[in-house]
Design a protein around this ligand. Sequence first.
Ligand SMILES: Cc1cc2nc3c(=O)[nH]c(=O)nc-3n(C[C@H](O)[C@H](O)[C@H](O)COP(=O)(O)OP(=O)(O)OC[C@H]3O[C@@H](n4cnc5c(N)ncnc54)[C@H](O)[C@@H]3O)c2cc1C
Length: 491
Amino acid sequence: MTITDTAGLGLQVLEQRVAEDLAKVSYPAGRWVTPHHTPDGGRVLDVLIVGGGQGGTALAHALTRQRVVNFRVVDQSQAGLEGPWNTYARMATLRSPKAVTGPDLDIPSLTIQAWFEAQHSASAWESLNKIDKVDWVAYLLWLRRVLGLTIENGKRLERIEPADPYLVATVRDLASDTVERITARKIVLATGIESSGRWWTPPMVEALDKRFWAHTCEDIDFTALTGKRVAVLGAGASAFDNAATALEAGAASVAICVRRPDLQRVQPFRWLSFPGFLGHFHSLDDAWRWRFMNYLLSLREAFPRETWQRVARHATFELRTGAGWDACAPMGDAVRISTPGGEMEADYLIVGTGFDMDLGLRPELDGVSQYVASWADRYAPPPGEENQRLGRYPYLGQHYELLERDPGSAPWLRHIRLFTFGATMSFGPSGASINAMKFAVPHLAAGIVRDLFHEDIEDHWQNLTAFQLPEFLFDGEEGEAAPAIPVIDRG
Ligand SMILES: Cc1cc2nc3c(=O)[nH]c(=O)nc-3n(C[C@H](O)[C@H](O)[C@H](O)COP(=O)(O)OP(=O)(O)OC[C@H]3O[C@@H](n4cnc5c(N)ncnc54)[C@H](O)[C@@H]3O)c2cc1C
């Protein structure tokens, strides 16, 4: 039976296939990481993963495959509400092509295609344009179940402190309002696209009464926009998705205002989706990494045709290019907006103006962020390539670890890995990206495995030299011989 034989047969059949596939690639199967304990005898966690979205889920899968199983995953959201998908992601389908893979870690029965085909058919997949956002969430929840991964929902990381040679994370259970201090060898922040800074709103909009405006990342009551004139600032996909949602909710008119003279329709991220770039960008020297990212991050990411069609089919939609907002002032129940092309009025403003990179804005990184090296600390671009925005990105080590600004000031930083959009300057698309997961997650896991091994090398040496299990016993000899299938289990 080939994998497509599970098409149309339902998830139960697919799940049997998954179990078979996982068993076939389970070598070597035993736990190998040396157990560590706190002075009071408690077991130290090998890895604490913060964030149970797609990145945290995929990493949990990757660590399990590497037989690193002493980890926990916490997420402040309720189950099913991890990430943006069921809250402020206001599009019907993913923007990525349906061929994208990642959290499956190259096991065909774990791909979204296999999941979709099992419930529908191979031809339904063939004719599918893009993956429904709702399906993406259902697929992630299915992965969690079939892989036996536990995400502890309703738990928020509030602080990280060093406790040499470990880290202590303060995690609040939001339901009981109790706090747990978790000692871990490694902490991975897979906390989402904006979590290395904050969503950014132009100050002139922020100064307005909140009844006049929202950021695209917020909970917006679109029914209240029926019959209203809406102005949206931004040229990215989220700006367009919010405009479309307002149009579909019956807004009288929606104008998208874009600072640039033309809409960005070329998707540079389409160009860079190849193994060389996605897998090895991080190993380029700083000059090349800066040059590429300065170019890529200075462009707006283009959005797919469906996003454009969703707004363009409304006669009440208007695109204004060369129309960045210079000033906004309340005028009774409306806002007057000044743009280089003239004045306009709107009843409600939505800004899709991206986010600002600044680890110092994250309360959970208070006590951490002040020690972290940024790109501005480590690299001075040549004339013509200066970019202050890029300089604020953290300068990460070769496996996503935070590095110190001043050597010796906080050596424990290397135990914290940043797998968010903040990794983008150092790694290219990596954290908080579906397209990059296939390459980024195994690399992240490999770095953790490397460190867990290296840090315990003396213990491994002692274990090797104490390892006296013969391959076979002589006739009549008493004792134990090595099993046919080698299994190490170090608890
Ligand atoms: C609207 C939108 C559409 C996107 N569409 C695409 C797309 O089509 N293709 C693509 O490649 N990328 C897309 N992205 C980018 C990226 O894939 C998503 O942002 C994705 O959700 C990132 O996954 P993640 O696991 O890194 O973070 P998330 O899915 O955001 O998960 C992070 C989790 O961390 C939790 N968390 C945060 N802080 C804490 C804390 N202190 N303690 C405990 N838990 C915490 C959050 O509750 C959240 O559940 C999109 C992003 C957005 C915002």
